[in-house]
Design a binder for this molecule. Structure first.
Ligand code: ZN
Length: 548
């Protein structure tokens, strides 16, 4: 056997192993055997793993890696994710995918999903197939594609409210093409325009198409995480109930401490649905706090003529006062396709004191909320908000404390913890990378944090259950039997980690956050990406395509 790697004396944890000491032999891209002792042979690489945990590589069920994988520099960008033990990422989430695209619609597409690009995209593809062919053989991590409902809607129906007639037929044809070309399902982003305009019936009709394909998923950035949180979860359940397709509620944490108590009701609804046979699950970030573009703080009607016009309009006091009045008083209404379409008023659910500038042209603003910036400038928070919008031309990124129901992972975390500790919960990294290096802590510490906080410290999740949720529980959703498990014949996606050293070092406003610790070896398809804690920029990742 050539190019074998033997991992000796490790403690195996996976769906099939509960801390059993075994040797694992890898040849090429597969695990060939797992046994009590496998004798070393000359020419093999031996990794001594006594006292370390050996588990399948982690599957991150919710990522936007489709925006990063085509970039030459993606191994460096994703390094912080790989150091957490991730070997497979699911992309195309929140109703947004970097495919299919149409050269003629780039302007519209850019105003919908441009905020996810790290640099100006080159678009060397149009269809999903072309995208997957383009990145195949050039990626560091395995990739599972979903297609974004919002992307399909923008391409075929622009930002129009109603989806009917020919645009609808074209959208359906495009969705089918994506599914034929390997997509594992469709994601929706019901907070964003135009997703927010789509009715439950529209989503049911489109999700029904997924039934013609095996192992498909409807994953949803819900229609509201604050005032309409409960209705939004009920809608996701309804879609699962009416279609029979598996549903994933994305990053379930509510927006604002005030909505934390609703988690009890949400978990009860999800478990009741599960007991009636609805195929449903959810994922969560490992931290409280979220990030989004500064424009998301504004009511959609205020910039419906485009951001450039909006920046003109807010220089007029009466227009600006109207915007501020709205921010201070608007309560999101159900359903979002009626009325204003605004699902979450961050000023209302989080409060001005919890809205911080994360990434901006003016470095003086970073790490401060509008009250703090205003104090320095000698103006009130409203005028400060206007000034920042104008000087950043509407393109700063905000950090929102209180997303997930607690502030900066301090104070009362009981609702957040309940959401994580529930066995239905899978964990997501959900990293978005800015070109200035700033990103949310989840990009750096998600999986180590779960192990550190819930397995090692609180002891509310067993190591075996945590690993299953990171691996086989996600693999099962996509019908994968050769990833997410430690079995002879499975792909050699593996993590070797030191349980006690699994730790994250969150530092929200740092330009270069610190990598997490604990992962000592990481193998993707049999190749060492992390070797004795040293990173190797190799490209062994595989594109996982769904097939009928
Ligand atoms: Zn989302």
């Amino acid at each position: 056997m050539e190019s074998c790697i033997l991992i000796k004396n490790g403690t195996l944890v996976s769906k099939d192993h509960d801390s059993a000491q075994r040797d694992v032999l890898i040849s090429g891209e597969r695990i060939v055997s797992i046994d009590h002792t496998i004798p070393e042979k000359k020419g093999w690489r031996t990794i001594e793993a006594a006292g370390k945990i050996v588990s399948p590589g982690f599957l991150s069920i919710h990522s936007h890696d489709d925006f990063y994988l085509p970039l030459k520099e993606h191994p460096q960008l994703l390094k912080s994710v790989l150091y957490q033990g991730v070997t497979t990422a699911v992309g195309g989430n929140c109703g947004i995918s970097n495919y299919p695209i149409r050269k003629a619609s780039l302007n519209e597409l850019d105003s919908y999903q441009g905020f996810l690009h790290y640099i100006e995209p080159k678009y060397e593809w149009e269809s999903l197939q072309e995208y997957l062919d383009h990145i195949e053989g050039r990626v560091i991590v395995n990739y599972i594609p979903l297609v974004g409902h919002g992307t399909l809607r923008v391409l075929n129906n622009g930002f129009n409210k109603q989806l009917i007639g020919e645009p609808k037929e074209n959208l359906i044809r495009m969705l089918r093409n994506c599914l034929d070309q390997g997509a594992f399902g469709m994601s929706s982003g019901l907070m964003y325009m135009p997703g927010t305009f789509s009715t439950t019936d529209e989503l049911v009709e489109l999700t029904n198409i997924l039934k013609d394909y095996p192992n498909t998923l409807y994953s949803s950035h819900l229609r509201g995480y604050s005032d309409t949180y409960i209705e939004s979860v009920q809608e996701a359940i309804e879609i699962g109930e009416r279609t029979g397709v598996r549903v994933q509620c994305s990053h379930l944490g509510p927006f604002g401490v005030v909505h934390g108590p609703k988690i009890d009701q949400v978990l009860a609804l999800l478990h009741q649905a599960d007991r009636r046979g609805v195929r449903i699950g959810y994922d969560s970030l490992a931290y409280c706090g979220g990030s989004t573009t500064i424009m998301a703080l504004l009511p959609p009607w205020s910039y419906e003529k485009g951001v450039a016009q909006f920046l003109q309009d807010i220089q007029d006091d009466s227009f600006f006062d109207k915007v501020i009045d709205y921010l201070e008083s608007y309560v999101p209404q159900w359903p979002s396709w009626e009325g204003s379409g605004w699902t979450d008023n961050f000023v209302r659910c989080l409060g001005w004191e919890n809205l911080f500038v994360l990434s901006a042209g003016n470095q003086d603003s970073i790490g401060k909320n509008f009250i703090q910036i205003g104090r320095e400038r000698g103006i009130d928070k409203y005028q400060t908000f206007r000034e920042v919008l104008l000087e950043e031309k509407g393109s700063a990124i905000m950090y929102m404390a209180g997303v997930g129901a607690c502030i900066d992972d301090k104070g009362d975390m009981s609702y957040f913890d309940k959401m994580i500790e529930d066995p239905m919960c899978t964990i997501t990294v959900d990293a978005i990378f800015q070109s200035d290096g700033r990103t949310m802590p989840y990009a750096y510490g998600t999986f180590p944090r779960i192990v550190d906080r819930y397995v090692n410290t609180k002891k509310t999740i067993s190591l075996k259950n945590a690993v299953e949720r990171f691996t086989s529980q996600v693999a099962e959703i996509f019908g994968l039997s050769d990833r997410g498990y430690l079995r002879g014949g499975a792909y050699a996606d593996l993590v070797v980690f030191d349980l006690a050293s699994m730790k994250d070092y969150p530092n929200i406003f740092a330009e270069r956050p610190q990598l997490s610790t604990g992962v000592e070896y990481l193998l993707i398809n049999g190749q060492l990406i992390i070797d004795n804690r040293i990173f190797h920029d190799r490209l062994p990742g595989r594109i996982i395509r769904n097939s009928r």
